[in-house]
Design a protein around this ligand. Structure first.
Ligand code: IVH
Length: 679
């Protein structure tokens, strides 16, 4: 192309064409669940579009389908006010209260036989999407109902959220609200990966969905597989006069509106809907914790209005968690990466909430004692909107042969036999045989290679397990002496599985091992997997001691004097560096060139030039500690809010005047968690 006007015009047309085709393909795949393009066709078109956008930046569009793969980094999330407040719903577990609600509404309206729309109540995170001229311009979380966080760039990566609407009969501007959910299968995959990487799995889908939307790197959000269902269309120019007409319109414009809503007349049909979904909900691909009831006629919404918190034209019925009973068969003990021993109850399989359940965690010794679990007990197992079953009660079998026997926590490691130990203020027992206990070794290696540590993810899955079991790798150091020759081959993992590593794979592994030598000191420290040393603590220690020798020579008192380091952590670090094998390992890792010293050029004065007003009380640090952290990182503390203030760091009980002032000057109010993330 030589820049000729007509050529440029053709390019622009081609770009528009590609965008339209890809928008439609996303809709067909993620909303209609009816893909027309194959994955390869889709990827080819997407790549073609991305290439054209790179070559012709004048045609950039922040709502192009290429945005769906993410890329934008969120530094902080701007607080924005909702155009219409985001109310919540009144809710109840009682069917009688639902009857009362319907009767009250009918009485107030002076009607009978009212028409209601029954919907599922999604167990996720409420979101409000603002569209102008058919383009998504903003996505905001509920926050406190009046203002929420602007999470637009992360929401844009959710495949089912349309960036450009289909058709042409949408209002010029409107908001549509719904729920971001973490579908069961995506959640399971995501947690599995976290475990493989030595990270804590998320306990439930709602928290994981909400955590995902607050991530800094939108690329990571794009990979999580979140979904978004819409259920409430608002706007001064929305013409449709019933809720169902609005839902159907929204569907036509490309939104994902679930197909299970139902228009009903009268209490009996409402109850039928509730009863049906109470059982069927477990067969859905996402979590629901109840049903929502809305009057269909919009004119009634206006007539009834809302209380301060919730509308009088809609309410929610919440499902009770489902329960089942089963007999305890055995208690087994699992050993994690850091040696923590977790008791797990095995019981006779029971059908609960759509799956067979046969095991559930007993958490720790104290938890077991509170439950007073005895051999042969009948367990009451519960499963709520989420998928993880939990034991809520147990009943003793008084006729148990030989009398009641309490299940006692074990004293020795079930894997290596070492005597378990417990720290004074901790609830869990752990196996201290750090260097020779198999699950600890595997877990430690998975942690070492994980993304936030040495980032050698090319060794993920079966490969690390194989290298350890074949003794090709015996310690971290031996990873650095591997050659491609050691790796290439086809290996029998067990009777059913083979592992094949080809030339290219071996090359990639060795390259990423080599690259990991550039990983900065704080991440190497985190990678070592010292008990209680997470990412943040590793950073603090690295910065304070600047190199591993200083850290190794620190006394417990010196360690405890570092911000944020308590007795338990100090002792854990001290013990780690007073173990001969660990010291030898560190010497060997030094010899292959890992970084054990902070890169002074890399110390960022993260808060350089930023001024903070700190107000209220905090849960993790004292106010003075927070102020010191601000200064240690190059920021400035100021006592009163002015237009020059960059952030207001708000704890609990922040003064209302300060809050008002910050809001009036649009100064971001950040929480303790936000602040820690900033560092
Ligand atoms: S309608 C003014 N419909 O439940 C009414 N909400 O406690 C707006 N929710 O904040 C809400 N499924 O996050 C509505 N089908 C549904 C819903 C739903 C889940 C959530 C929503 C809301 C909360 C109310």
């Amino acid at each position: 192309m030589n820049g000729d006007i007509s050529d440029i015009k053709l390019i622009e047309e081609k770009i528009t064409q590609l965008r339209n085709r890809l928008n439609r393909a996303n809709y067909e795949y993620y909303v209609l669940d009816n893909p027309v393009l194959s994955d390869i066709e889709f990827d080819t078109l997407l790549r073609e579009l991305a290439d054209l956008e790179r070559m012709y930046p004048q045609f950039a569009d922040e709502n192009s389908p290429t945005v769906k793969v993410g890329g934008e980094i969120n530094k902080d999330f701007k607080q924005v006010e909702h155009r219409y407040p985001m109310l919540s719903l009144s809710n109840t577990y009682s069917k009688q209260e639902i009857i009362d609600f319907v009767n009250r509404a009918e009485q107030a309206l002076g009607i009978r036989n009212s028409q209601w729309v029954c919907e599922l109540k999604y167990d996720g995170l409420a979101i409000s999407l603002l569209y102008e001229n058919g383009k998504l311009v903003r996505a905001v979380t509920r926050g406190n109902g009046v203002q929420g966080d602007d999470v637009t760039s992360n929401v844009k990566t959710i495949k089912s959220v349309p960036l450009s609407l289909l058709g042409d009969d949408f209002p010029k501007d409107f908001e549509i609200r719904g729920e971001v959910v973490f579908p069961h299968d995506a959640f399971e995959k995501f947690n599995k990966k976290r475990i493989e990487n030595g990270e804590e799995p998320f306990a439930n889908e709602r928290n994981a969905a909400s955590g995902s939307l607050k991530m800094q790197d939108s690329k990571q959000v794009a990979q999580r597989g979140l979904d978004c269902y819409l259920y409430y269309l608002i706007g001064d120019d929305v013409k449709e006069q019933t809720h169902t007409q609005r839902l159907e319109k929204a569907k036509h414009w490309g939104f994902k509106v679930e197909k299970y809503y139902s228009v009903v007349n009268g209490i009996d049909e409402i109850m039928e809907f509730i009863d049906y979904w109470e059982k069927e909900r477990f067969n859905l691909p996402f979590a629901t914790d109840g049903i929502v009831l809305k009057l269909n006629e919009i004119k009634y919404w206006n007539q009834l209005g809302s209380t301060a918190k919730s509308p009088r034209w809609a309410t929610a019925f919440k499902f009770k968690a489902q329960q089942a009973q089963s007999r305890l068969l055995s208690v087994e003990y699992q050993v994690g990466r850091t040696g923590i021993v977790t008791p797990v109850a095995n019981f006779e399989p029971v059908w609960l909430g759509g799956t067979w359940v046969k095991r559930a965690t007993l958490n720790n010794e104290q938890w077991m004692q509170n439950l007073d679990i005895c051999q042969g007990d009948t367990l009451v197992i519960e499963k709520g909107g989420e998928i993880i079953p939990k034991i809520v009660e147990c009943h003793h079998d008084e006729t148990f042969e030989g009398g009641l026997k309490r299940v006692e926590f074990i004293h020795d490691c079930p894997i290596c036999g070492a005597e378990l130990v417990k720290e004074e203020d901790q609830s869990g027992w752990y196996c201290p045989n750090y260097n020779h206990c198999q699950p600890q070794i595997l877990g430690r290696f998975q942690h070492f290679i994980s993304k936030k540590a040495m980032n050698i993810e090319t060794l993920g899955g079966e490969k690390m397990r194989y290298l350890l079991s074949s003794k090709k790798v015996i310690d971290f150091y031996s990873l650095y002496t591997l050659t491609e020759f050691d790796l290439v081959g086809v290996y029998q993992i067990d009777s059913e599985h083979k592992l094949s590593i080809q030339d290219k794979g071996a090359y990639n592994i060795i390259t990423s091992i080599e690259k990991s030598k550039q990983v900065p000191f704080e991440r190497v420290l985190y990678a070592l997997g010292i008990r209680y040393i997470g990412e943040v603590t590793a950073k603090t220690l690295a910065k304070h001691f600047t190199n591993i020798d200083n850290l190794m020579n620190a006394s417990i008192e010196e360690l405890q004097n570092v911000n944020d380091i308590g007795v338990t952590t100090a002792k854990s670090v001290f013990d780690y560096f007073h173990n001969e094998e660990n010291l030898l390992q560190i010497e060997k890792l030094k010899s292959v060139g890992l970084k054990f010293e902070i890169d002074t050029q890399n110390i960022k004065n993260t808060l350089q030039g930023k001024s903070f007003v700190v107000s209220g009380t905090f849960s993790r640090f004292s106010r003075d500690e927070i102020k010191k952290m601000i200064e240690d990182n190059g920021g400035k503390n100021v006592s009163s809010i002015s237009s020059k203030t960059n952030y207001v760091l708000a704890g609990e009980k922040m003064g209302p005047e300060k809050k008002k002032k910050a809001e009036s000057l649009s100064i971001p109010i950040i929480s303790e968690e936000d602040f820690i993330a900033m560092l």
